[in-house]
Design a protein around this ligand. Structure first.
Ligand code: P6P
Length: 328
């Protein structure tokens, strides 16, 4: 007997899409759910297949491409390039933005994504994730330009991530709250498991790589001391080096994740367009906030599709406090 409480992602998307919608955005989100199932199936077998380890290439970030990175990128492109719903894509794994092949119709949406963030963790079986953001074209008469791909996060129409962890979760927002779906591997369906996720008032964690403390800018050490000395609540430190996993835990239990600028990384490490902005969009939809230490991440207009930005994201009060310490 199927429990009537079982709400699939397809049903939820259809029931929550605005009445005026043509359904293209809903379809893009559903296409990403399909990509998630394929990528999840491969990440689950990563230790068994010759798909772990290096693809022998180096991506635009100068990072060794692991075969799962390349595989995940190809899955997302191949599922989305012919649907007539997108006019361009941007991938962490590809130097330039990805135009829609001439032979396919162009749609109104731009998909920006990191196909597999945290992939250095693949070999040690730590949770990794896909991050995505969806924009609408600035010019329906000429869709799919580079300018279309360089929009600030405040203009996102939807954003989300897929977390490949103890279970596979797809978490997204289309501007009406943040909702989480857990993949039932036997049914092959994403089932609504976390409707309207909100940061708890009372945070539990702070997530920074304290190995970098000597390279952080002025104010960061004082901020971390402030976090350490909080009494109500007392925070624990958790950092697993996979931003999607750290972000997800902090959104569920409350907390702040940060990757500050460093002496050797003046713009930090996290990419604005397809990592920081989508997560900041989700954070704000869940009652939190994302900042580069001085301003909202959603206000920053990218000038380069791969530009990096310092990131502080989580409970609004904890993130606003870092702005006080950094701006002095
Ligand atoms: P570090 C993974 O490579 C990543 O981009 C994020 O997922 C993660 O939070 C961060 O880098 C970890 O970087 O320098 O602390 O190892």
């Amino acid at each position: 007997m199927i429990n009537s409480k079982i709400i699939t992602i397809e049903r939820f998307l259809k029931e929550t899409q605005p009445s005026y919608a043509r359904g293209d955005l809903t379809a893009v989100l559903y296409d990403l759910a399909f990509a998630a199932k394929i990528i999840a199936a491969e990440t689950r077998k990563a230790g068994l297949l010759d798909i772990v380890g290096f693809a022998g290439n180096v991506n635009v970030q100068g990072e060794e491409q692991r075969k799962l990175d390349v595989f995940s990128d190809q899955v997302i492109v191949q599922i989305n390039d012919h649907t007539g719903r997108l006019c361009a894509m941007v991938s962490e794994e590809q130097e330039d933005f990805i135009p829609i092949p001439e032979k396919y119709a162009k749609g109104s949406y731009i998909l920006v994504y990191d196909p597999l963030d945290g992939s250095t963790n693949i070999d040690t079986n730590i949770s990794i994730g896909t991050i995505f953001g969806i924009y609408r074209t600035l010019d329906e008469a000429n869709p799919g330009t580079l300018e279309d791909c360089l929009q600030p996060g405040k203009d996102l129409v939807a954003a989300g991530y897929i977390l490949y962890g103890t279970s596979t979760m797809l978490v997204y927002s289309a501007g009406k709250g943040v909702h989480g779906f857990t993949l039932d591997p036997e049914w092959g369906e994403f089932i609504l498991s976390h409707e309207n996720i909100r940061f708890p008032e009372k945070p539990s964690y702070f997530s920074f790589n304290h190995g970098s403390v000597k390279r952080w800018p002025q104010g960061m050490s004082q901020y971390v001391e402030w976090l350490r000395n909080l009494k109500e609540p007392v925070l624990s430190q958790r950092y697993i080096g996979s931003m999607v996993a750290d972000f997800h835990r902090n959104m569920i239990y409350g907390g702040v994740f940060g990757y500050p600028a460093e002496a050797t990384k003046p713009d930090g490490k996290i990419r604005l367009l397809y990592e920081a902005a989508p997560l900041a969009f989700l954070a704000e939809q869940a009652g939190g906030y994302g900042s580069d230490g001085r301003q909202s991440l959603l206000e920053i207009k990218p000038t380069d599709i791969h530009q990096r930005v310092p990131v502080f994201i989580g409970n609004r009060d904890l993130v606003e406090k870092v702005e006080e310490f950094i701006t002095g």
